[in-house]
Design a protein around this ligand. Structure first.
Ligand code: FAD
Length: 387
């Protein structure tokens, strides 16, 4: 645990959402000495047997690492990640070519989403001024009074008041719903025609089936697959493809035909039986881009992470940008002596253009990829920009 300051010990900050950004943000507020209450709709993932949700692993970049460093978590998380020094491009004929991420020694990290979330919650819990509340699903709240209503799984309802409400409840934020009712709140939401599906590539004789220190990419015109390594020596492969293409494949034979045609080198590595089974295990998941402004209401509430800016994952920056939100807010808290009536509008002023730029870049790459489906070289270059 990092040293705490006592400036704000009497004020209550409610962080709604205990995902990646909420759990990290709770540490930032606790470190400042606020009385922090974190509310998460799900049960405690550290005790949960099944994890529902999004990508199994993700790429942690410099931005995200900087944020972890602020709460003393960088070293620990980096030690649990797998460095990816370069992309490894798999051509349709199985030819491999690698392209480094930067200078020698520079890399991004493949980290396990659930493990990162667990570590951040455990870190948050080490602060004496922190209360973690699981199984608390925000139903409604008042911007005037700061009163929040939470539903519990036993059917009961709890009402709680806070001085500051921090909405970190993801792309479909319940906190943001109150913003939508207000005048001069800008909001846009776009689903892209592509979905994604995750498949597991198991170890071979106890070792990684492919070179581990790479982000593997199979670019294939309108669709592509990527694979990131995990600590258990598996790879998580993510197939991005238009929903209509996913829906065309309805039998195990069709799955095999498709993989023979586009990703033949992965068949022996994933395994034919596993492919035929896992393709139908879960439907392809949707991807949404959300932009809004402002990020705050008065001195009462502020949005961060995907609640403020869900981005399509073609830049690998959603979580990293959310982590950076926490740093930027914290720096403003320092600069403006925790005067929330100044910090919140300033945060909107500074952060909205940057977050919108990341959302635009991610969407731009996605659109460009689709628009230039017939230019292999162009597509290849775009993919390299993306990952
Ligand atoms: P979430 O992770 O969505 O967490 C929100 C939390 O709020 C959840 O725990 C949820 O249960 C809780 N919640 C929701 N509603 C309520 C409620 N009413 N009351 C209480 N709690 C509630 N980003 C990267 O930086 N790098 C990558 O490589 C990367 N890869 C990705 C790959 C895919 C396929 C996808 C889909 C996304 C990827 N991202 C990546 C983006 C990243 O997943 C998100 O940006 C990140 O999860 C945002 O974190 P968050 O805490 O804001 O939201």
């Amino acid at each position: 645990m990092e040293e705490t300051t006592s400036r704000s010990s009497s004020k209550v900050v409610a962080v709604v959402g205990g995902g990646l950004v909420g759990a990290l943000n709770a540490c930032f507020f606790a470190k400042r000495g606020f009385q922090v209450e974190l509310f998460e709709a799900r049960e405690d993932i550290r005790r949960a047997r099944h994890m529902k949700g999004r990508s199994i692993n993700l790429a942690l970049s410099h931005r995200g690492r900087q944020a972890l460093q602020h709460v003393g978590m960088e070293e620990k998380i980096v030690s649990q990640g797998i460095p990816m020094n370069a992309r490894m491009i798999h051509s349709p004929s199985g030819k491999l070519s690698s392209i480094p991420y930067g200078k020698k020694g520079q890399f991004i990290l493949s980290v396990d989403r659930a493990n990162l979330n667990r570590e951040l919650l455990t870190e948050a819990e080490t602060y004496p001024n922190m209360q973690l509340n699981f199984d608390h699903k925000l139903q409604d709240w008042s911007a005037e009074t700061g009163l929040m209503t939470f539903a519990r799984s036993d059917g009961s309802v709890q009402e709680i008041q806070a001085d500051l409400i921090v909405g970190c409840d993801g792309a479909f934020s319940a906190i943001r719903k109150q913003f939508l009712r207000r005048s001069r709140f800008n909001y846009s939401q776009t689903y892209i025609p592509h979905g994604y599906m995750e498949l597991t590539m198991p170890p071979v004789h106890g070792e990684f089936a492919m070179e581990p220190n790479y982000l593997h990419i199979w670019p294939r015109n309108t669709f592509m697959m990527i694979a990131l390594p995990n600590l258990d020596k598996t790879f998580t492969c993510t197939l991005f493809m238009p929903f209509e293409e996913f829906e065309k494949i309805t039998t195990g034979e069709e799955v095999m035909e498709f993989f023979h045609r586009y990703f033949p080198d992965t068949i022996p590595l994933i395994g034919a039986d596993a492919l035929k089974r896992d393709y139908f295990r879960l439907p392809a998941q949707a991807m949404v881009s959300v932009k809004c402004s402002p990020y705050h209401i008065g001195d009462k509430c502020v949005l961060m992470g995907d609640a403020a800016h869900a981005v399509v994952p073609f830049y690998g920056q959603g979580m990293n940008a959310g982590f950076e939100d926490c740093v930027v807010f914290d720096e403003m808290m320092e600069q403006f002596k925790e005067d929330l009536s100044v910090v919140l509008p300033e945060y909107t002023r500074v952060r909205v253009p940057d977050d919108h730029a990341i959302a635009d870049l991610a969407m731009y790459n996605y659109v460009e990829m689709r628009a230039h489906v017939n230019s292999r070289w162009f597509l290849f270059r775009k993919l390299l920009d993306n990952f």
